[in-house]
Ligand binder design. Structure first.
Ligand SMILES: CC(=O)N[C@H]1[C@@H](OP(=O)(O)OP(=O)(O)OC[C@H]2O[C@@H](n3ccc(=O)[nH]c3=O)[C@H](O)[C@@H]2O)O[C@H](CO)[C@@H](O)[C@@H]1O[C@H](C)C(=O)N[C@@H](C)C(=O)N[C@H](CCC(=O)O)C(=O)O
Ligand SMILES: Nc1ncnc2c1ncn2[C@@H]1O[C@H](COP(=O)(O)OP(=O)(O)OP(=O)(O)O)[C@@H](O)[C@H]1O
Length: 526
């Protein structure tokens, strides 16, 4: 996917002297290079050569695969005026681009954010900023928070897995949390366009790789911690420690932590910033000590949403609602209300706005309504074992007939979860269509076989278990197998606009494919 950086820079570019960068931040001219001239001016920062624009500082970081300094010549050819790198990078820049202006710093990945914030004049100070981390629920919670912030700000920005949105303008997002220079440039653009608040998802990769460096959030939130991304973080302890970085004093002024799981309780105990705690499971022991607690929840059997009652720190009870089905969304909504309140939105306005929030692409999204021979069809992003359990439990009560799941598991990612996903689906759904998610470089059949091993361990006769070698075929098969009493839930890819197969990103979206399959089936039924 093309990076949106070029399209999302502020219209009024900043202009600051390289000499002032050396004066203000912990960087210095590399020995033996061109002397810094006082008229050398920067108007942008980039970390990827393809995203470099004239006037940029190219920050060349040592990558996990390759050193960014290898691409300095490319960045300079695109108009970069200087390169910031580490000691190892200096030699590489000199080899590829002799004569370049080279600055050097010790940890350039960590410097990228502060440098970009410096260049843009610390744009975050003009906005209320909210960051949300946790394994599941980040996207949903950020959209809920954004809905609440819009109750008091005419224009807002929301950044995350689904899109990068400022006011009504949005582009596809290259990842959950953009690189630090892109984030700072988006903050500057949001401020320039008069946005009063910005909410962003903060992934654990972002925290480990300094993508939110240079930004001190007004409020940050934690949803939960579940098994995911162990290929990157090593173990749960490492994953937790990376998440906890968001709650460091330099990174956020205050926090709101869901304490339903032990990781949340530990985070609330250990962090050094003021935090409010939220317990979202009715009558759970942690509710007694939590600042905020969901004390009643009525999970709507119409599958549209839930009403709940939130007890505040003063003991007062507040009516609130989640516009999406399932108890997990009560949890996300409760967190969002408290986060928005901490970010300056009156409590009842926050609760009302969250209850009315619009549908979120690929999050329990109702794509086909039940009726006329068609089952209710939802597209959901559940791609971890815990999320899958919760998603299936959320749709069971709204399913008069059979619960059908179309699902797979990612290639080149945590292999251990594949049989677990199969076991869960076999336990909690009636009909299974096992297919591909993003096989990446792996043989899709191998990934499916691992899932099917898990299915077999729970359902040895493999009754009502189907395998489809393409996701579009799986969706068509599911529609063919069902009537309007049933529910189909398609999990794993949510809003994603592409499917990655053997290194190639093919345009693919579950919602679009489902609607096309429905139209075709309607033709067959007519
Ligand atoms: C594992 C991981 O996060 N890797 C990130 C890491 O990659 P890397 O260190 O391997 O980078 P590299 O390929 O060695 O390249 C080194 C440097 O050279 C630059 N380069 C490279 C090639 C080139 O032609 N020109 C160029 O300038 C790169 O931009 C980079 O700055 O640093 C790169 C730039 O800083 C990131 O783009 C890259 O994210 C990759 C694309 C990625 O897929 N990340 C995923 C796992 C991720 O971040 N996911 C989380 C969400 C997870 C979730 O909750 O689901 C996210 O926030 O999206
Ligand atoms: N609070 C929650 N606890 C557990 N599972 C949840 C929660 N909220 C949502 N989910 C499930 O996780 C899926 C992903 O939700 P969402 O996109 O909001 O999370 P996310 O943290 O943004 O995920 P990712 O970082 O992978 O994009 C949903 O489709 C739903 O099935």
């Amino acid at each position: 996917m093309t990076s949106p950086l070029g399209r999302l820079r502020p219209e009024h570019l900043p202009a600051r002297r390289v000499a002032d960068l050396v004066r203000d931040l912990d960087v210095r001219p590399a020995a033996g290079g061109e002397p810094l001239t006082s008229d050398l001016v920067l108007t942008g920062v980039s970390m990827a050569s393809a995203d470099t624009a004239p006037g940029d500082l190219f920050v060349a970081v040592p990558g996990l695969k390759v050193h960014g300094a290898r691409f300095a010549a490319d960045a300079l050819a695109r108009g970069a005026v200087a390169v910031l790198t580490d000691a190892a990078g200096v030699e590489l820049v000199r080899a590829g681009a002799p004569g370049a202006v080279v600055l050097v710093g010790d940890d350039v990945r960590a410097l990228a954010g502060p440098v970009a914030a410096w260049l843009h004049g610390d744009p975050a100070q003009h906005l209320v900023t909210v960051g949300v981390t946790g394994t599941n629920g980040k996207t949903t919670t950020t959209y809920f928070v954004d809905a609440a912030l819009r109750a008091v700000h005419e224009r807002t920005a929301v950044l995350g897995t689904v899109e990068l949105r400022i006011g009504d303008d949005a582009v596809e997002s290259p990842r959950t949390t953009v690189e630090a220079p892109v984030l700072q440039s988006l903050l500057a653009l949001a401020a320039e366009r008069g946005a009063g608040a910005l909410t962003t998802e903060v992934s654990s990769h972002a925290l480990a790789l300094g993508r939110v460096g240079g930004l001190r959030f007004d409020v940050v939130g934690f949803t939960n911690l579940q098994r995911d991304h162990l290929d990157f973080h090593g173990d749960m302890e490492g994953y937790f420690r990376d998440k906890a970085r968001l709650f460091a004093p330099g990174q956020a002024a205050r926090g709101v932590v869901v304490v339903d799981d032990e990781w949340g309780r530990r985070l609330a105990r250990e962090v050094q910033i003021p935090v409010e705690t939220v317990a979202t499971h009715v009558d759970a022991p942690e509710a007694q000590d939590a600042d905020w607690a969901v004390v009643e929840a009525d999970v709507g059997l119409d599958g549209v949403g839930s009403r709940f009652v939130l007890r505040g720190p003063d003991g007062a009870l507040h009516e609130a609602a989640s516009p999406l089905p399932g108890l997990v969304n009560v949890s996300n909504a409760a967190l969002a209300v408290v986060l928005a309140h901490a970010a300056g939105v009156p409590l009842d306005a926050a609760a009302a706005a969250v209850g009315r929030a619009h549908e979120i692409p690929g999050r329990m999204e109702r794509v086909v309504e039940r009726g006329d021979g068609f089952p209710l069809c939802l597209v959901d992003y559940a791609h971890t074992p815990d999320a899958l359990v919760l998603a299936l439990e959320a749709v069971r009560p709204i399913t008069p007939g059979r619960l059908v799941i179309v699902f797979g598991s990612d290639g080149d990612r945590d292999r251990g979860k594949r049989p677990m996903m199969g076991e869960i689906a076999a336990r909690l759904a009636d009909v299974l269509v096992v297919t591909d998610e993003n096989p990446r470089s792996e043989d899709p059949a191998t990934v499916r076989a691992a899932i099917l091993d898990g299915v077999r361990s729970v359902r040895p006769d493999m009754a009502d278990v189907h395998e489809a070698t393409s996701r579009a075929q799986a969706i068509a098969d599911a529609l063919r197998l069902t009537t309007d009493e049933d529910t189909i839930i398609i999990t794993g890819k949510g809003h994603e606009p592409t499917q990655e197969i053997a290194g190639v990103f093919h345009r693919y979206n579950d919602r679009d494919v489902l609607l096309a399959a429905r139209a075709e089936r309607q033709g067959q039924l007519a």
